[in-house]
Design a binder for this molecule. Structure first.
Ligand code: MG
Length: 247
């Protein structure tokens, strides 16, 4: 009987340790990478719709509507309507904040292949400055699937890989629903997002679990409207034709 009780106790302790281990905050970026079942490759065609009448043109021929996060002038380059990341200059944000929105954005990875995995043509579109739709040269470039082009970074891999060839233009059409919080700061409904990459649905109204984190679980801290943030990840990724509609 005593032995039986000891066994039961040991089993309970072991169960508690297992439960703790499952809830423990990951401490290594590898813990949140997904490597099972690679999204199939499906060639898309860049989507260049006419700009709707009620859209705000965030990027035309100048950087007037963009700044660094601290409010100082953006150092990214712009020439003939094509804006390019200046590696090391840091992220940029739109001067206008948004909640629910429809966002059109065209991007291009550098023509010359340099690096691989996350180190090739990496940038990103952060909705409300917090939730990243990944930009990456995912043409013949394998990385963890929830980190490839069109992933909701480390939360949802894309349904398919619709990436253009290296150095060619891509389009994202993003339909975004902001999260809601109660007066106590608790999240009462998650953000949701649909992403159409080169005319192909790659995220279908998926739940955004919280902030984009390189290491650890997504976080949920109350916030209001936020700017669109574009990421400087050290690569010469270019942008053009960015417009947005409030929903
Ligand atoms: Mg990125």
């Amino acid at each position: 009987m005593v032995k039986f009780k000891i066994l039961i106790t040991l089993f309970l302790v072991w169960s508690c340790i297992q439960a703790e281990a499952q809830l423990a905050e990951p401490t290594d970026p590898v813990h949140t990478e997904e490597w099972s079942s690679e999204p199939v490759i499906l060639e898309g065609i860049i989507h260049q719709a006419n700009v709707p009448k009620d859209a705000i043109i965030l990027l035309g021929n100048n950087l007037n509507l963009w700044t660094k996060p601290d409010g100082s002038a953006s150092e990214w380059t712009i020439e003939k309507g094509i804006m390019t990341v200046k590696p090391g200059a840091g992220d940029i944000i739109s001067k206008i904040s948004f909640e629910d929105c429809q966002l059109h954005i065209e991007w291009r990875s550098p023509e010359v292949i340099k690096g691989n995995g996350q180190g090739r043509g990496n940038s990103g579109v952060f909705l409300q400055s917090r939730y990243e739709v990944q930009i990456l040269d995912s043409y013949n470039n394998v990385t963890y699937y929830n980190g490839q082009a069109g992933s909701i970074y480390k939360q949802h891999k894309p349904l398919v890989n619709a990436c253009s060839k290296t150095g060619e233009w891509n389009s994202y059409d993003i339909i975004y629903k902001a999260p809601d919080f109660d007066h106590f700061g608790n999240k009462i409904s998650s953000a949701r997002v649909t992403v159409i990459h080169n005319g192909v649905v790659i995220q279908n109204n998926v739940e955004i679990l919280g902030t984009t984190e390189y290491i650890g679980f997504p976080k949920n801290v109350i916030h209001g409207g936020g700017p669109i943030r574009l990421q400087d990840h050290g690569d010469f990724v270019s942008y053009r034709n960015i417009w947005i509609r409030r929903l």
